[in-house]
Design a protein around this ligand. Structure first.
Ligand SMILES: [Zn+2]
Ligand SMILES: [Zn+2]
Length: 242
């Protein structure tokens, strides 16, 4: 596929669900994309639970909206959810893989994988124990988790994660010298772009995205962190604009 003429995308939401592929979402991808555009993003990745969209359908959607749309997947593994970019098969995981197995599959296609919200389940005790003086101990335990050796990045800026969960993931990613990503984990279109990934070098294609992730040339972010005016409120409520 040749790269489209539009400018390279620097702000991309790497984690979106839609009603076309995730049973827990009712979002029409067309509405999702319109909203992402209105909010100031330049691309999205559709990452349904354990299933891939047909690549042709992704391309059609991208052409229709003249917007970067990339098809990924969020796979349930023994260590939790993992976002994968570059996979073409299986279209649907019937048997869920272990993380090592998924890594082999991703390596076979030269794809990239990022652990999604790694402390969502682990965060509950972690965040409450932050206040009881166990934070350091918890970070040290987290640093020993072997799956960090098997991923190309850590989703620190997950849109559903609270500030402590993000901070915790950020510290662990930093200590493990792993690059970070961000994605809204949207299941409803107004949530798209709450968090996103910044690609300073820009991405035009799925291959660009994979290369950037593997080179660590990106960072998870949100509007506040980047110091960019958050257009989500004014775009959702136009009467407040200006
Ligand atoms: Zn998830
Ligand atoms: Zn998700």
């Amino acid at each position: 596929m040749t790269a489209p003429a539009r400018p390279a995308a620097t702000l991309v939401d790497l984690h979106c669900h839609t009603g076309w592929g995730s049973g827990d979402s009712h979002t029409d991808p067309n509405v999702l994309i319109a909203q992402a555009k209105a909010f100031g993003l330049q691309g999205i990745c559709i990452t349904e639970h354990n299933q891939l969209w047909d690549a042709k359908r992704i391309e059609q959607l991208s052409d229709k909206h003249d917007f970067l749309v990339i098809g990924g997947i969020e796979v349930d593994t023994d260590i939790g959810h993992v976002l994968v970019y570059g996979l073409r098969a299986p279209r649907r995981f019937i048997r869920l893989p272990r993380i090592e197995e998924l890594r082999r599959m991703v390596d076979e296609v030269d794809g990239a994988m990022v652990v999604a919200h790694p402390f969502r389940k682990r965060a509950k005790p972690a965040t409450t124990e932050f206040t009881s003086g166990h934070a350091l101990e918890l970070v040290e335990q987290a640093l020993e988790l072997p799956f960090f050796d098997l991923v190309d990045g850590v989703e620190v800026h997950n849109g559903i994660a609270g500030p402590l969960e993000r901070a915790f993931a950020g510290v662990v990613a930093g200590e493990r010298k792993l690059p970070t990503t961000g994605g809204s984990d949207t299941h409803r279109h107004p949530e798209v772009g709450t968090t996103f990934t910044v690609f300073p070098g820009g991405v035009r294609t799925e291959q660009d995205l994979i290369d950037a992730i593997k080179a660590g040339e990106m960072r998870g972010a949100d509007w506040d962190v980047e110091g960019i005016h958050d257009r989500r409120l004014t775009s959702l409520l136009p009467r407040y604009a200006g």
